[in-house]
Design a protein. Structure first.
Ligand SMILES: Nc1ncnc2c1ncn2[C@@H]1O[C@H](COP(=O)(O)OP(=O)(O)OP(=O)(O)O)[C@@H](O)[C@H]1O
Ligand SMILES: [Mg+2]
Lengths: 115, 156
């Protein structure tokens, strides 16, 4: 799924200057604790999280994750967005909860890659 | 933070003839937002040296988990990295509270992290097990009241 469609499905807002529309995502993961993402997020292009601090971007950087979506409508932290721009990682925000966000993306065809 | 000047593997000879690039980073516990900067710098170096994406990812994940542990549990410390053609060795040393039961600390899900740490996104008890999974050799030496030394080796 392209990030342009991810944005549409989640009615998300983009916060970074990184070109994103055509980035292709094959699987996603959701975690509020970064070590869970670091342990189970292998080969996922997308991280959904409620963690609104720069460590979500650091985690994405280490795992080669292309996009971090902050769920539950939190306004992304300024330092987080700044680091993401430097690392060319896309930051979006959605008002949906973690559960709903994951469900909507799954229903639209984006899987977790662990089935 | 100290970085190495050149990006070529140099012969820092110990008679073995193995070419090693050495880096040293001071990791502070005072600034949580910048935690992971040392791992990010090492990742960048490995990319510039042309290592494979899989090797770089394993090294980055293992070092980042170790670096975060030094910040949240160890009161900060020093990261020393030795890069050679076929392996990376990461030595993380802190003078924090140490680990009372290392076997327990290595178990998936075991964590002494506070609620505050959990709100900052850590404390799943998955860090050390994941470092073990990503690495080829792991040595964890710790003494309560003295500190902790973690040596991670990852082969290409
Ligand atoms: N450098 C250290 N100094 C003191 N204690 C440590 C250190 N590293 C790890 N520990 C202890 O070992 C436990 C397990 O570490 P581990 O990295 O597996 O989990 P965590 O850091 O608690 O959570 P997570 O890594 O999932 O965010 C920690 O909760 C802590 O008690
Ligand atoms: Mg940890």
């Amino acid at each position: 799924m392209k990030l342009a469609q991810v944005m549409e499905v989640l009615n998300a807002k983009v916060y970074t200057d990184v070109p994103f529309e055509d980035i292709e995502i094959n699987a996603a993961c959701g975690a509020d604790l970064m070590s869970d993402a670091l342990a189970f997020g292998e080969n996922k292009g997308l991280l959904l999280t409620g963690l609104n601090n720069p460590q979500s971007v650091r985690t994405a950087e280490m795992m080669d994750i292309r996009c971090v979506i902050i769920v539950r409508g939190k306004e992304p932290d300024e330092a987080l967005v700044k680091l993401a721009n430097e690392k060319e990682i896309v930051i979006m925000k959605t008002d949906y909860s973690m559960y709903t966000s994951c469900g909507l993306l799954y229903a639209a065809g984006l899987r977790g890659g662990d089935e | 933070m100290h970085n190495s000047e050149g990006l070529k593997l140099e012969n820092k000879n110990d008679n073995s003839g193995v070419e090693v690039l050495k880096q040293r980073y001071e990791v502070s516990a005072d600034d949580f937002a910048s935690a992971g900067a040392a791992s990010a710098a090492v990742k960048k170096t490995l990319k510039q040296l042309g290592f494979s994406p899989d090797f770089i990812r394993r090294t980055s994940i293992a070092m980042y988990e170790g670096e975060i542990n030094m910040v949240i549990h160890g009161g900060g410390g020093v990261a020393e990295v030795g890069i050679s053609e076929n392996q990376v060795t990461i030595t993380l040393t802190d003078e924090g509270p140490g680990i009372a039961d290392i076997n327990l600390a290595m178990k998936e899900g075991f964590s002494t992290a506070s609620d505050t740490v959990r709100e900052m996104g850590f404390g799943a008890g998955m860090g050390l097990p994941n470092i073990k999974k990503q690495s080829d050799n792991l040595s964890l030496i710790s003494e309560v009241g003295k500190g902790t030394t973690l040596v991670i080796t990852i082969a290409t």
